[in-house]
Design a protein around this ligand. Structure first.
Ligand code: RAM
Length: 356
């Protein structure tokens, strides 16, 4: 994705509109028309859009882990949606981003008889039986951010944008940052069990092989969405690959940790860092020159749409037929996936314009 003035203007326009829809706060909305990835938001009402949402629903939001600003931003969007549909919303979750740690929270949702669960799966496989148990107990299950491997374990999945665009954009950003000389690069991911990062890595590998002979992917390591572990992995990459020219980190925790480490090291200026980060966490590193550009979408919209889809399901409707969130209708594809909109590229010039 090339940063164009047009794209930024379009993004900001929709962000302003979504901000109004999300009621302000710390969330601006992502989602603009793009030839690369049309968001599934639609101006006209799809014929099959699912109907009304009951009031008074009890909805649990379960991120991969709590204490991650990305998921707090997603929860802010969820809370806004809960206020609009008059639901009782609560974010619950472990401090470590693992499927095993999420299991006890899924069980709590069943025991406490929540009407709906909106979950970002830390492990695409291991949470599936518990989610099916939740569905059998009458809990409406929707995934956001990171999906499960067995799609029958959830109703709708709310994805930020297409994996293809997210993967290719990150390769584009590292390629621009390193320049035509190319060199060795590595990926610093989140958990090896996460569906979202794994899908993006697969696309990055294919894109590198097909279109970037100047870049050589020499390693992929996992920081498990833990800041300290991610920083250690970034440092270890430099030891194992002294000629490394760049790190792509497709996780907000990982990219901030890698940028912080490189920024304070002798590698600043020779090792480029990019990936998926929050403007609020990354602005220091684009301003000090460690990072030339990075990207993301508005996490708030994931929580916002996730709650609406869950609300429809918990009210007896089928969000797979399309659903309304705020004043917009969203279409859902054959895999049950709703897409928010394209990613935004952030640079030193525009990073201050974003509030998440
Ligand atoms: C981290 C999480 C999340 C991912 C973002 C980009 O916060 O791993 O799942 O979508 O990064």
């Amino acid at each position: 994705m090339r940063p164009t003035r047009l794209r930024l203007v379009a993004f900001l326009a929709v962000a302003a509109a979504s901000l109004a829809a999300c009621g302000g706060g710390s969330s601006a909305g992502a989602g603009s028309s793009s030839s690369a990835a049309a968001p599934s938001e639609s101006a006209s009402t799809p014929a099959a859009t699912a109907g009304a949402v009951k009031e008074g629903l009890k909805i649990a939001i379960l991120p991969k882990a709590i204490n991650i600003p990305y998921f707090d931003a997603a929860y802010a969007g969820a809370q806004k949606a809960c206020a609009e549909i008059k639901a009782e919303c609560e974010q619950i979750g472990p401090t470590q981003a693992t499927g095993a740690a999420q299991l006890q929270f899924i069980n709590t949702v069943i025991q406490k008889k929540y009407d709906a669960l909106v979950i970002s799966a830390a492990d695409a496989n291991s949470v599936v039986p518990a989610l099916k148990k939740a569905q059998d107990a009458g809990v409406a299950v929707v995934t956001y951010d990171a999906d499960v491997a067995d799609t029958s374990a959830r109703s709708v999945m709310v994805k930020p944008t297409t994996p293809d665009l997210i993967g290719k954009s990150q390769v584009d950003w590292i390629s621009k940052a390193i320049g035509s000389g190319g060199g060795e690069i590595a990926i610093l991911s989140a958990a090896a069990t996460a569906e979202n990062q794994n899908a993006w890595i697969k696309i990055m590998e294919a894109e590198l092989a097909a279109n970037h002979p100047e870049l050589k992917l020499v390693d992929t390591v996992y920081g498990d969405d833990d800041a300290a572990k991610s920083a250690e992995k970034a440092a270890a990459l430099m030891q194992s690959h002294p000629n490394l020219k760049g790190i792509i980190s497709p996780t907000t925790v990982g990219v901030a940790a890698a940028a912080k480490y490189i920024s304070g090291s002798k590698y600043k200026g020779t090792v480029q860092v990019t990936g998926l980060g929050l403007p609020s966490e990354m602005k220091a590193y684009v301003k000090d020159g460690t990072v030339k550009s990075f990207g993301l979408w508005d996490p708030g919209m994931l929580g916002y749409l996730g709650v609406y889809a869950a609300g429809v399901k918990a009210s007896g409707g089928d969000p797979k037929a399309g659903f309304k969130a705020g004043d917009k209708d969203y279409t859902v594809d054959g895999d049950g996936v709703a897409i928010v909109g394209p990613p935004q590229e952030f640079t030193a010039e525009n990073v201050d314009q974003f509030t998440f």
